[in-house]
Design a protein around this ligand. Structure first.
Ligand code: CA
Length: 220
């Protein structure tokens, strides 16, 4: 899962980025609204964490920019303003959720999971697909009830594919999900992770759609 963090405060930004990376998210961090808007032109994010008080454009102006273009990306506002009217304005401007600083990182992570679940149209907090179960909260994967040990990247890859069984994701889309701007990507990194996942789960769980990408097949 790839997040865009929009936060001008250096200390808060750095600690949020590190914390979210520890939860397994890929995080791109920008410090103003203009940079946030350009980032969304080139990268597809799973969610945006948006500060309101930013230099130049306010967070609410960037939010309006995305919603006017009908960009459905889930947006969680993080701000020091705790006036009720600000919260209402943010939600009515198209935000999906709201946290007032200072907040607990575990709560932020839980709210993000809820947002991503709603976006995927899922009511069940577990992702269940036949004999395979993935828990986004604990990062546990089970096959026939038995735990499967996956690396962070393998987990992220499987998570992306399991969100949309039967829909192939290209190598580029998968790289976008796994790697942020500042990370070096080996030319066959995705293939290597797919190979290991197949070895750990069994090769039938991930299908190569020639010339298109990879998918978890729909259940028969
Ligand atoms: Ca700020």
């Amino acid at each position: 899962m790839r997040l865009l963090l929009v936060e001008d405060d250096a200390m808060i930004g750095a600690s949020l980025r590190t914390g979210l990376q520890q939860f397994g998210y890929t995080v791109d961090w920008v410090r103003n609204g203009g940079a946030a808007e350009s980032a969304t032109e080139t990268t597809e994010y799973d969610a945006i964490l948006l500060d309101i008080g930013l230099p130049g454009k306010t967070g609410l102006e960037s939010l309006a920019f995305w919603r006017k273009r009908n960009n459905p990306v889930p947006v969680l506002i993080i701000t020091a303003r705790d006036a009720v009217s600000d919260r209402i304005r943010g939600l009515d401007a198209g935000a999906d959720d709201y946290l007032v600083k200072p907040f607990d990182l575990d709560e932020l992570a839980a709210r993000l999971r809820a947002l991503l679940r709603r976006r995927a149209g899922r009511a069940n907090p577990l992702i269940e697909h036949g004999a395979l179960t993935l828990d986004p909260a604990t990062h546990e994967v089970r096959l026939d009830g038995q735990p499967v040990n996956l690396s962070g990247r393998e987990f992220a890859l499987l998570h992306a594919l399991l969100e949309k069984p039967g829909v192939p994701l290209s190598r580029g889309q998968l790289e976008d999900r796994l790697y942020g701007w500042e990370e070096e990507i080996g030319s066959n990194a995705v293939e290597v992770h797919i190979h290991t996942l197949r070895r750990k789960l069994g090769s039938d769980w991930i299908r190569n759609v020639r010339g298109v990408g990879y998918m978890v097949p729909r259940l028969p």
